[in-house]
Design a protein around this ligand. Structure first.
Ligand code: TYD
Length: 212
């Protein structure tokens, strides 16, 4: 049996991921794939409850340790309950944010050491690593302006711009570290142009799904 592809989508806040995710899903379905769309933090009853705690702007007192453990708990539940069973059933999973958000935000943004994050991630995901990750590369200042104009802001988005700059720099470093897995997409272009790029990359990797 051929297992489903595991695709993750990453980027700083307001980088235009959502529009592209919807197009990815439609495209994959048109090619005959069964697709499941999910998100982090969230995607299960438990993880969505954890999400509401993590992102609530009211919890300004949240410690970095509590934050990283909450993200990890939400991730562990999603992996076990949704991601692993789905890919085992040949379903292609698209996850809006995953481990690279963790390394970029909690690692580069908050300053938690890579080794600790890697250890916790090992426990949370138990070897479930994406086949491919799209990193939507956009200056965080532009992204946040877009975001604030469209909706209100959550606890993470309320961080100072220096935090978002560190996160952005972190993503660039991660993309350089894992060039096979992480595909960088210039997200400063119009959505249709961005989509052409994403579709080309998607079509290229569709032939490389491994067996379970
Ligand atoms: P969300 O509203 O989903 O952001 P977006 O719409 O921009 O994708 O909020 C998720 C927030 O949580 C986002 O600011 C990134 C952050 N985050 C982390 O800090 N660590 C993580 O491990 C994950 C998955 C997300």
């Amino acid at each position: 049996m051929i297992r489903g592809l595991f695709i993750t989508v990453e980027g700083t806040d307001g980088s235009g991921k959502t529009t592209q995710i919807v197009r990815m899903q439609e495209h994959l379905v048109s090619l005959g794939c069964e697709v499941l769309l999910t998100r982090e933090p969230g995607g299960t009853r438990i993880s969505e409850n954890i999400r509401s705690i993590i992102l609530d702007p009211v919890y300004t007192e949240m410690s970095n340790t509590a934050e990283l453990l909450l993200y990890s708990a939400a991730r562990a539940q999603l992996v076990e309950q949704v991601i692993r069973p789905s890919i085992a059933k040949s379903i292609t999973v698209i996850c809006d944010r995953y481990i690279d958000s963790f390394y970029a935000y909690q690692g580069f943004g908050r300053g938690t050491g890579y080794e600790l994050l890697e250890k916790i991630t090992g426990i949370a995901v138990n070897g479930t690593i994406p086949d491919i990750t799209f990193f939507f590369d956009l200056d965080p200042e532009i992204g946040l302006k877009r975001r604030f104009a469209a909706t209100g802001s959550d606890r993470i988005e309320n961080e100072v711009i220096e935090f978002h700059r560190k996160v952005y720099k972190g993503y660039k470093i991660l993309a350089g570290r894992y060039p096979e897995r992480i595909r960088t997409i210039d997200a400063s272009r119009p959505a249709d142009e961005v989509w052409l790029d994403v579709r080309r990359q998607l079509d290229m990797i569709l032939g490389f799904v491994k067996s379970v």
